[in-house]
Design a protein around this ligand. Structure first.
Ligand SMILES: Nc1nc2c(ncn2[C@@H]2O[C@H](COP(=O)(O)OP(=O)(O)O)[C@@H](O)[C@H]2O)c(=O)[nH]1
Ligand SMILES: [Mg+2]
Length: 211
């Protein structure tokens, strides 16, 4: 069961258009998905989190535009790294989280990226990879370079953060992804416009040739 939690942090002015961004958090168990979500929503790090799958909402202002950020803090993933069709359909952008101290979790991220890039609908969805728990340097099992390289080859954003230590790094992750979602939407819209023009031009010239 997925629980929906709506947190209204700002009141919207009348007649203002609200933009929504659905962000799906994926990754192996225990990498800090809920810790990152709670940090972003409340600025706090609590330490222990339950295992309730939830969708949270926060209204934010990014580049002067009001945007409702919906975050699906998933429980799926595990070793298989599976992602449901419902999740794929819902998401406008994805955060793939691994724990720098857990090599297995990095492999789950790799598998999930392959699943996403192979899915026809999702191959161009904006993705940000998050290497979490950077405060635990002495237990590190995945180097920053490996994370960077994966992000570079798969055309993703990359951040190393500590949900335990800072709010700012976590805020940057979500805001970067929201930026990427907006850029992707604008690109799709202009592509649709160009396709429309091409269709109209071919219709006119096609008709002329037929006459
Ligand atoms: N040291 C450290 N521990 C963290 C960090 N983020 C999460 N944790 C801990 O890792 C454990 C799993 O976190 P949780 O958010 O429940 O992981 P999830 O299963 O991916 O949702 C918890 O004990 C958290 O306190 C971090 O940045 N640093
Ligand atoms: Mg969790």
């Amino acid at each position: 069961m997925v629980v929906e939690v709506k947190t209204r942090l700002e009141v919207m002015e009348p007649n203002q258009q609200r933009v929504e961004a659905n962000i799906l958090l994926l990754g192996a168990h225990n990498v800090g998905k809920t810790a990152l979500t709670v940090r972003f929503l409340t600025r706090r790090f609590i330490g222990e989190y339950g295992d309730i799958e939830s969708i949270y909402s926060r209204v934010d202002r990014v580049d002067g535009q009001e945007i409702c950020i919906n975050i699906w803090d998933s429980q799926a993933g595990g070793k298989s790294g599976s992602i449901s069709d419902k999740q794929l359909q819902w998401a406008d952008g994805m955060v793939l989280v691994y724990d720098i101290c857990d090599r297995g979790s990095f492999e789950v991220t790799r598998q999930q990226l392959q699943l996403i890039r192979r899915s026809r609908k999702m191959s161009s969805v904006p993705v940000v990879i998050v290497a979490n728990k950077r405060d635990l340097q002495h237990h590190r099992r995945v180097s920053s370079e490996e994370g960077h390289l994966l992000a570079l080859t798969e055309r993703c954003g990359f951040f190393e953060v500590s949900a335990a230590e800072t709010y700012h790094g976590v805020l940057l992750v979500f805001h970067r992804l929201v930026d990427l979602v907006r850029e992707t939407r604008a690109l799709r819209k202009s592509m649709a416009g160009v396709r429309g023009i091409v269709r109209s031009v071919s219709a006119v010239f096609g008709k002329k040739r037929a006459e």
